[in-house]
Write a protein that binds this ligand. Structure first.
Ligand code: NI
Ligand code: MN
Length: 225
């Protein structure tokens, strides 16, 4: 399997299926690929903000990917001619052999592209080919990372470190201690000047203060797992 970081919060997990999360590529100064060249069988969208919804509609229409999101956002996506599946916090579903998705809380807001408020933001736990992944979406630190999310025995956690709109590095380090994942990938930093962070320092802190490994990937880089 392969985890590829495409910039900002966009991560692609390639196994028996290709899972694409938060494909903000057009207008992303750090995007690694163009929206018209990315592949997906499933697209997971954590919330409606433009830096997460991104190119979801275009990619889903071109690839035929099923799009998994909170119900309010999925309803809007269905109105755009996309195959949207609306879930809600705490719910899980086995979409096919080898892929199960569970929606987690995230402390953040959500809105549609026209500015209409759009229910809650979310994160996702998903299982693909026997490994467990967590994409936190945009969120502040919250205690249920320890109580509700960590017990899923995460192999990989993709967590924001950019600060300003989400956790910064200090809270993300606490998150890493609470989530107890085997591996971390920092996301949602350096895309814009407000989100400037030292991912190398974050990696060093995680590896010094937890038993986990932390991968730092530049946009376009991948790690084989
Ligand atoms: Ni956001
Ligand atoms: Mn964001």
């Amino acid at each position: 399997m392969r985890i590829k970081f495409l910039g900002h919060a966009c991560v692609q997990v390639q196994g028996s299926k290709t899972i694409l999360i938060d494909p903000f590529l057009s207008g992303n100064p750090a995007a690694a690929v163009e929206a018209n060249e990315v592949q997906a069988d499933y697209i997971l969208v954590t919330h409606g903000h433009g830096d997460h919804l991104g190119d979801t509609v275009e990619i889903a229409k071109r690839t035929g990917a099923k799009v998994i999101a909170m119900v309010e956002l999925a309803n809007w996506l269905n109105g755009q001619g996309v195959d949207g599946m609306g879930m809600n916090v705490g719910g899980a579903y086995a979409f096919e052999n080898g892929l199960r998705v569970k929606v987690t809380p995230a402390w953040h807001s959500s809105q549609l592209p026209d500015g209409t408020p759009c229910g809650l933001a979310a994160g996702f736990i998903f299982w693909l080919d026997g490994l467990c992944f967590y994409h936190a979406g945009d969120t502040g630190l919250f205690g249920d990372m320890q109580q509700v999310i960590a017990p899923h025995d995460l192999d990989w956690a993709f967590i924001p470190i950019g600060d300003y709109y989400t956790m910064g590095p200090d809270d993300a380090l606490t998150a890493a201690k609470w989530l107890n994942a085997k591996n971390y990938l920092p996301i949602h930093y350096n895309t814009f000047p407000l989100l400037r962070q030292d991912a190398g320092a974050f990696k060093a802190a995680v590896e010094a203060e937890t038993p986990a490994k932390c991968a730092v990937l530049a946009p376009g880089e991948a790690v084989d797992i």
